[in-house]
Write a protein that binds this ligand. Structure first.
Ligand code: DGY
Length: 329
């Protein structure tokens, strides 16, 4: 019972109980700023900190931290400098797997929502401007038969491909844009003969819907910039459920304002919760508040995994889902 956990933001059941059964838990009343978090991590009062995506765990913080582990309440861990954590002998865990289907559902929702102009329709009805059925009211795009280009081909991209194939879409993918990596039939598994790998440039040019499923890294920051947007079809739609900074958001606003592409469906933003100027005025967007994993079941599973990761690290064991393999002696 000597373990001590710092939880930066309250998490759903059963997370807290799992931690409380294994030690002392401090849940901060509000999300900490960087200095506060750094001081708490350096205090020596905690074995493990359970973090959210907005908690920046960078090299200077890790160099001063007296922790065994960082347990991220997310599958993505771009908020953590994992190399610096490894150098500091601090383990890192995340929550993969449990949010795959829920996030792919949101990608599909954004594909359908942008194609069928769901926000415009909702606003029309609510504003009292719906005067009955009209032959040319809010005409959208067909999804069946359209080309879906997947940037990335990990778990969530595959789950999106599964859904898109069910909707009769043609699915292309580029596994590690902007560079290439051949994907073998063995790796393709259930998708052999059903989806096709193309180079990133071709994916950009051929997609009716370009959906982003890459982790945020130095290679993928601003993967979709003004140049890429100009190479997309003028009636193409961009979907982002990955990470905001993968898209140059100012360039996207400009492209949407000038009909360089037709629409965008976004669940993530470059500088959350801030939106690039002009984005919220555009009618050809569907904007969601980073809710890819937001179902009751998934958030509870994320809480369970992040707590189990935290308990393991506090006890000097590797987390169930390690991001780095270091285990403190
Ligand atoms: C993640 O887990 O990385 C999502 O962005 C939040 O659930």
């Amino acid at each position: 019972m000597g373990n001590s956990f710092l939880v930066t933001t309250a998490i759903p059941d059963p997370g807290f109980q799992l931690l409380a059964d294994a030690g002392r838990v401090t849940v901060l009343p509000e999300p900490p700023d960087y200095e506060t978090l750094a001081a708490l991590c350096a205090s020596g009062d905690f074995d493990v900190v359970l973090t959210q995506l907005r908690d920046v765990i960078d090299a200077p913080l890790l160099a001063g931290a007296r922790l065994r582990g960082v347990s991220n309440f997310a599958v993505g861990y771009n908020n953590i400098d994992v190399d610096a954590a490894t150098r500091a002998g601090i383990m890192v865990g995340n929550t993969p797997g449990v949010l795959t289907d829920a996030t792919a559902d949101i990608a599909m929702l954004l594909i359908l929502g942008t194609a069928r102009r769901v926000v415009e329709g909702d606003q029309l009805v609510r504003s009292g401007r719906f005067h009955g059925w009209e032959p040319e009211l809010l005409l959208g795009r067909d999804v069946s038969g359209a080309v879906l280009g997947l940037a990335g081909f990990g778990r969530i991209a595959r789950a999106t491909a599964r859904r898109a194939l069910g909707f009769g879409m043609e699915v292309l993918f580029s596994p590690r844009p902007p560079s290439d990596r051949p994907v073998s039939d063995e790796e393709l598994g259930e998708f052999v003969g059903r989806v096709r790998q193309v180079p990133w440039e071709e994916l950009v040019e051929r997609s009716d819907f370009l959906s982003l499923h890459v982790p945020l890294s130095d290679q993928t920051r601003h993967l979709v910039d003004a140049d890429v947007l100009h190479r997309m079809k003028p009636d193409a739609i961009l979907i982002n459920t990955a990470r905001g900074p993968v898209v140059h958001e100012d360039a996207l606003v400009e492209a949407l304002q000038n009909n360089v592409i037709a629409a965008a469906g976004l669940d993530v933003f470059e500088d959350e919760p801030r939106l690039a100027p002009g984005l919220n005025e555009l009618h050809n967007t569907v904007l969601l508040p980073h809710v890819g994993s937001a179902t009751v079941r998934v958030r509870s599973e994320m809480a369970r995994l992040s707590a189990l990761n935290a308990v393991a690290m506090a006890e000097g064991r590797a987390p169930l889902h390690p991001v780095s393999s270091y285990v403190k002696a």
